[in-house]
Design a protein around this ligand. Structure first.
Ligand SMILES: *Cc1c(COP(=O)(O)O)cnc(C)c1O
Length: 396
């Protein structure tokens, strides 16, 4: 049992066939500052997930989508690990995310999904970033920058086939098809579109988007294509393209069709979130726990209070619905999740004492299960995890 004063949580459980030696020390450790919650990120699992997606996408290479700080897991660690494994294409959302990663990804294609904002052309040029152009206005601005630079500039062209967020609308696509010379200043790396319901293979819109995408590419100058996200890769050959763009599946979120929990997750778990027990108290039957007294002890109970709360991105919607795992067995989350603390029913867990570490996300309690308890998806669970949670990395 963990002594008071604190020691790290036990290592990530070994998989069959893996060495039983202690894993090498994790970067970003240091326990003396009293971290209340720790997120362990298994970079080897991310690389293994990328390799399995490569095998599932024979039509072309597989990029790494590392926007939003690699879905909250730490883009500064994740992106170089993928690059070392051979990944040559990366997507982020914003130019700021891209400039922060550029020094770590020499020579890789680094594309900015949110496109070219007015006035950012210089930053794109200085850092060798590829804008994903989502309108004719952006295309013309990038073409003007190419004229000033005296050379063709690399870009991707985003075609809207159903999302109705970014990308050329049908009328813009028609206008461009009539005046293809508007692309003359552009080194068109990929034509791209984004699926709206790839995790629901029965949805008719998937096939409609594949058709619209093919039709759009047919009226544009020949260029490589990029279509599938994580779940799109699993939709099959019709959705294969010259470049797949998975994010979620790299990070262990189940890409197979819903409804949650969907089919067994083919990806390796990547994130392990643990929180330290600060206090344990005995409660007589009839007493309540937490804000607004939303949980009442039906029997004499032991309540464990862990050092994580909604300010850490541990969703309050899990109140009276969530769970933790200790020694492989679940503890119910009882009462309201508060800002910095969460309470669990440890009555049947005598091993849970102050200083113990509870598993909140990990092989025994998946990101997708947490998402279900919080009424959201795994993407939001991971990207919510806040800066008070210490990140540690298991090397690739
Ligand atoms: C976020 C994003 C992706 C990655 O999607 P996942 O579902 O996480 O695999 C791919 N393409 C675009 C345009 C995106 O915005």
């Amino acid at each position: 049992m963990t002594e008071p004063g604190g020691s790290p949580p036990p290592p990530i459980p070994q998989r069959e066939g893996e060495s039983s030696e202690a894993p090498p020390p994790l970067a970003g450790g240091g326990w003396g500052e009293g971290a209340g919650a720790v997120l362990e990120v298994d970079l080897a699992a991310i690389v293994a997930n990328w390799r399995s997606l490569c095998a599932l996408h024979p039509a072309g290479p597989v990029a790494g989508v590392v926007k939003a700080n690699a879905y909250g897991l730490g883009a500064q660690a994740v992106a170089p690990a993928l690059a070392a494994a051979g990944c040559r294409h990366f997507f982020v959302a914003t130019a700021a995310e891209a400039t922060a990663l550029r020094p770590l990804l020499p020579g890789a294609l680094l594309a900015v999904l949110n496109g070219l904002m007015p006035g950012t052309e210089g930053a794109f040029l200085a850092h060798d970033l590829v804008p994903v152009l989502g309108s004719l206005a952006e295309l013309d601005a990038w073409t003007a920058a190419a004229g000033r630079a005296g050379r063709r500039l690399p870009a991707m062209l985003h075609v809207d086939t159903g999302m109705a967020r970014l990308g050329l609308a049908p009328a813009e696509l028609e206008a461009l098809a009539r005046a293809p010379s508007r692309l003359d200043g552009i080194d068109l790396r990929y034509v791209l579109s984004h699926l709206v319901a790839s995790e629901a293979p029965g949805e008719a819109i998937n096939a409609a988007q594949a058709r619209r995408f093919a039709a759009a590419c047919a009226v544009l100058p020949p260029a490589p294509r990029s279509l599938a996200n994580s779940s799109g890769i699993l939709l099959g050959a019709d959705f294969g393209s010259d470049l797949a763009r998975p994010g979620a599946a790299l990070y262990g979120i189940n890409p197979t069709p819903g409804p949650t929990p969907g089919r067994p997750n083919p990806m390796r778990p990547v994130a392990r979130l643990t929180a330290r027990v600060l206090a344990v108290r005995d409660l007589p039957a009839g007493r309540t726990v937490g804000y607004n007294a939303t949980w009442t002890a039906a029997r004499p109970s032991r309540i464990a209070t862990a050092a994580i709360g909604y300010a850490d991105g541990w969703h309050r919607a899990q109140s009276n619905r969530g769970a933790a795992v200790f020694d492989g067995r679940p503890l119910a989350l009882v009462g309201r999740v508060s800002m910095d603390l969460t309470t669990f029913d440890a009555t049947d867990h005598p091993g849970v004492v102050p200083g113990a570490w509870l598993d909140l996300i990990g092989p025994a309690r998946t990101v997708d299960a947490v998402a279900e308890a919080a009424g959201t998806n795994g993407y939001e669970v991971l990207t919510s995890l806040g800066p008070r949670i210490r990140r540690r990395y298991r090397p690739a």
